[in-house]
Design a protein around this ligand. Structure first.
Ligand code: ADP
Length: 478
């Protein structure tokens, strides 16, 4: 049975309750995790506070830097083991799981490298005064993370927090969290003091809600659904703490008539099939200039039909979706698309030999005549791509912005002026031109506008989000 990590010790829930862990590839139970509740969260928050007031709070920037870099190497030393854990827990192909663990290590490398390079400022002020701006940790930071990329999300959220000297309490998702648990064990081995990294597993409405509203936290970072994100922001408001929310997206690729089709086609397919479409940055809408719609869609369909879903070992393009709940939800969307009159252009293949109880869905390419269907405005979180023709630049910008989300955008054109006009016109936090996604994109500031949330993760900017400033004014005149 997997255990939580509280105050440097692997521990069951105080209540002794557990939750089953199922493999998405066959739907069978193969492990269990503690069902942590408010009392466990309380212990974790106290342990984090004690760490800040104890040894962890006394680590110098250089010591934190070296520790994070050692942790990164330790993760890579366990690459095979962590890859297997992640692949089985999420169902994703082994190659994808391996890439995820590499990105996890990269987060600790990047932020380990940055930890001792954050400078304050000297502010010109009145004569005989010195005014300093110093950067300090926020304190105990809470991190509620989702199941789609457990290892990567752990790195993305906690590495900048730890680099800045915060103590973290993480609530990973009940649907997939075994890699996070193992990584937290490795953190103890590499020398993080007890309480610097705490993991409380359990249900969202129990452990998650208790953590979000706990008076002992100084910050919350949340990645997940809009519905829960709003609850998190309300909980943060009760304690007047800052929150960073990353709540999903509905990214549109915009393909103009001068686009490089050979480059665009495989990238667009990867952008929706990757992680079985279970990513907030899925390129789930495709806007194609009407003059090339038929030709481009024919080329896309030919490649899309070759996409294969399989178990982690099958070396397929994608795996199953995470759970029966998601399986039903994605299939409901596909049925709704058919009812809305959308045309199925083609579907990928579910490889023969996948276990019967696995949550496999054939990747599906739809074509629509207008933007009215829910499939074009709601986040499906599955391997479903919906294409639609557009007339001109203004139409492409209008359609790109025609959802509540604003996480990412993508433009395919060789015309440089048009690239800039589109990049400025699309409302989002990250915009790609003639490319898409960034293999983790650890260095690239990331986050949304509109209902995709607020605050920024990744890159140097995350270090600012995970810290605060103090202005120190001193009079030194006679
Ligand atoms: P999904 O619908 O994709 O599972 P959620 O937003 O429900 O996404 O879950 C993302 C994370 O938020 C998970 O770790 C989950 O346990 C947690 N969570 C779910 N409900 C709540 C809640 N009411 N309060 C705090 N955390 C929650």
């Amino acid at each position: 049975m997997a255990q939580m990590m509280i105050n440097g010790k692997s521990t069951p829930a105080l209540s002794g309750k557990t939750l089953d862990v199922l493999a998405p590839s066959d739907g069978l139970v193969y492990d269990s995790i503690p069902r942590g509740e408010a009392a466990d969260v309380d212990l974790a928050c106290s342990a984090a506070r004690a760490a800040l007031e104890g040894p962890w709070g006394r680590f110098s920037a250089l010591e934190r830097s070296r520790l994070l870099l050692n942790f990164s190497r330790k993760i890579l030393d366990h690459l095979d083991e962590l890859t297997d854990i992640e692949a089985r827990d999420t169902g994703k192909p082994l190659t994808a799981a391996r890439a995820d663990i590499t990105v996890l290590a990269r987060y600790f490398e990047y932020y380990g490298g940055a930890a001792d390079k954050i400078h304050g400022q000297v502010i010109p002020f009145l004569n005989d005064y010195s005014a300093l701006l110093v950067r300090e940790p926020l304190g105990v930071t809470a991190h509620i993370i989702p199941w789609n990329y457990p290892a990567q999300m752990f790195g993305r959220s906690t590495a900048p927090a730890l680099a800045m000297g915060n103590a973290v309490v993480v609530k990973p998702a009940e649907d997939a969290c075994l890699s996070v648990i193992r990584v937290a064990e490795l953190a103890q081995e590499v020398g993080f003091p007890p309480g610097a990294i705490n993991i409380v597993t359990g249900l969202g409405e129990e452990a998650g809600a208790s953590l979000a509203e706990h008076p002992g936290i100084d910050f919350i970072s949340f990645t997940g659904s809009n519905e829960v994100g709003i609850k998190i922001q309300q909980a943060a408001a009760l304690n007047a703490v800052k929150c960073v929310l990353e709540l999903g997206g509905k990214t549109a690729h915009v393909v103009f008539d001068d686009a490089n089709f050979e480059l665009a086609v495989p990238t667009i397919i990867k952008g929706i099939v990757q992680n079985t479409g279970q990513t907030c940055v899925a390129g789930s809408r495709l806007l194609v200039q009407k003059e090339i719609y038929t030709g481009f869609m024919a080329m896309l369909a030919e490649a899309f039909a070759k996409v294969r879903a399989g178990t982690p070992e099958m070396d397929a393009n994608c795996g199953p979706v995470i759970s029966e709940k998601q399986f039903r939800r994605v299939n409901r969307f596909i049925d709704a698309g058919i009812n809305d009159g959308l045309e199925i252009i083609c579907q990928g293949e579910i490889l023969p030999g996948v276990p019967e109880g696995g949550y496999f869905i054939a990747p599906t390419l739809f074509s629509a005549d207008d933007h009215s269907s829910d499939l074009l405005t709601q986040e499906i979180f599955g391997p479903v791509l919906v294409a639609l023709p557009f007339s001109d630049e203004a139409d492409a910008i209008r359609l790109s912005n025609a959802t509540d989300y604003g996480l990412q955008g993508a433009v395919w054109t060789e015309n440089g002026s048009r690239q800039q006009r589109m990049a400025r016109g699309i409302r989002c936090g990250q915009l790609y031109i003639n490319c898409f996604g960034a293999g983790g994109g650890v260095e690239l500031p990331f986050g949304g506008v509109k209902r995709s949330g607020h605050g920024r993760e990744k890159g140097f900017i995350a270090l600012e989000e995970l810290s605060t400033t103090k202005t120190i004014v001193q009079f030194y005149g006679a």
